[in-house]
Design a protein around this ligand. Structure first.
Ligand SMILES: *Cc1c(COP(=O)(O)O)cnc(C)c1O
Length: 371
């Protein structure tokens, strides 16, 4: 039986008709940029997160850039962020002209830690970017306290963690100045193309991001700031509004699949199941195991041969990426990030996965990890 890493057809079967009807309403208005449909979805996301404000934009990558611009992060500033994350986290830092400072991660949760942030602070540190990787929130208590004490701003890259909870609060109420989401199709709340959002509890930042996403103009043709063209399409907002109503159910499906995997994979020697910190409620955007016996790449090949989807998120930590060679990162600098890159493997976790599919994945791993 083939098991894809992600299959969006089942989700479309559930919501497709409703989304098509919502799109028809947008077509009827012929209003595609901003407007009431986008406003409504922004309010819905803010309410869902428990945040005061939400600002839609064109992608999760743009959301990070907008957040950094709104916080006046630019040339001469350093931003501390983990090396073990998707490229977009650091791409945004470079794009605004700031200098990334790569941090190591907790070897077990893969997330940024306050201790590591503290090690890397300099007089030029302007902001910290905790990335809530795979659906789990970083230790925001300690990171928040440290940043407040040292006057550093916080942009939470929550592209993979909309709806994830830390100490009972959803991201958006987790202590950052701004948290950003992506609606890339593979995220828990995915649109039909690219889309993103920033949430904040600061009215001034909200206002500034609204201006920045629209060329920095206010009013039209009078440019206060040098902004960008980064808006969430009304068509995407219409579809996302429908999907948001199903999001908690989909999170629950992923969490149930994760619990099933946890039980069935825990006894496999050479395989480490994901660990969720006690304060956390993960939305499992990814279920990421570690193959600790050196057989990870052989396991990937075996999964491919069996038509079981899996992916290495992420094979090269950012400090070792070719485009950042000028920053002087060397192998051995960030041991946990490098170990994660060598050991991780994400397996199918999407909500509609059947028990038979999960058992197929488990059986394959049992065989392949043993070698
Ligand atoms: C997906 C993702 C992004 C970027 O989102 P896009 O919408 O694809 O631009 C940023 N950071 C992380 C950690 C992501 O997983």
């Amino acid at each position: 039986m083939a098991v894809p890493l992600l299959d969006l057809h089942a989700q479309w079967a559930q919501v497709g008709d409703e989304i098509k009807a919502a799109l028809e309403e947008v077509y009827a208005t012929q209003r595609f940029i901003m407007g009431p449909v986008v406003d409504k979805f922004e309010h819905e996301v803010a309410e869902y997160c428990g945040a005061d404000h939400a600002v839609g934009c064109a992608s999760g990558s743009d959301a990070l850039a907008l957040a950094l611009l709104a916080l006046d992060v630019g040339p001469g500033d350093e931003v501390i962020l983990p090396a073990f994350t998707f490229f977009a986290s650091v791409g945004a830092v470079t794009r605004v002209g700031a200098t990334p400072v790569f941090a190591d991660n907790d070897p077990v949760t893969f997330n940024l830690t306050a201790g590591e942030v503290e090690r890397l602070i300099t007089d030029r540190t302007k902001a910290v970017m905790p990335v809530h990787l795979f659906g789990q929130v970083c230790e925001m208590d300690a990171i928040g306290a440290l940043c407040r004490e040292r006057g550093m701003r916080i942009v939470e890259d929550a592209a993979q963690s909309i709806g994830a909870k830390y100490q009972g609060n959803r991201v958006g109420r987790t202590g950052g100045d701004i948290a950003t989401f992506s609606f890339f199709p593979s995220k828990n709340l995915g649109c039909m193309g690219d889309g993103g959002m920033c949430v904040t509890n600061d009215a001034e930042l909200d206002k500034k991001m609204r201006i920045l996403r629209n060329h920095g103009a206010q009013p039209k043709y009078y440019h206060k700031l040098i902004g960008m063209n980064s808006r969430l399409d009304a068509l995407q907002a219409a579809g996302l509004s429908v999907k948001l109503r199903h999001l908690e159910g989909w999170h629950a499906g992923r969490r149930a699949n994760a619990a099933d995997y946890d039980a069935k994979l825990a006894d496999i020697a050479g395989l480490a199941i994901p660990q969720i910190a006690p304060d956390n409620w993960s939305i499992y955007n990814q279920y990421t195991i570690r193959v600790t016996n050196g057989r990870r790449d052989a396991v990937v090949q075996g999964m491919k041969d069996r038509n079981i989807g899996c992916e290495i998120y992420y094979p090269v930590p950012l400090h070792l990426q070719e485009c950042y060679a000028h920053l002087g990162g060397q192998p051995g600098d960030l041991p946990a990030a490098e170990q994660a890159a060598a050991e991780v493997l994400s397996i199918p976790i999407y909500p509609e996965l059947t028990e038979a599919q999960r058992d197929e994945v488990v059986a394959a791993l049992r065989e392949l990890v043993a070698g």
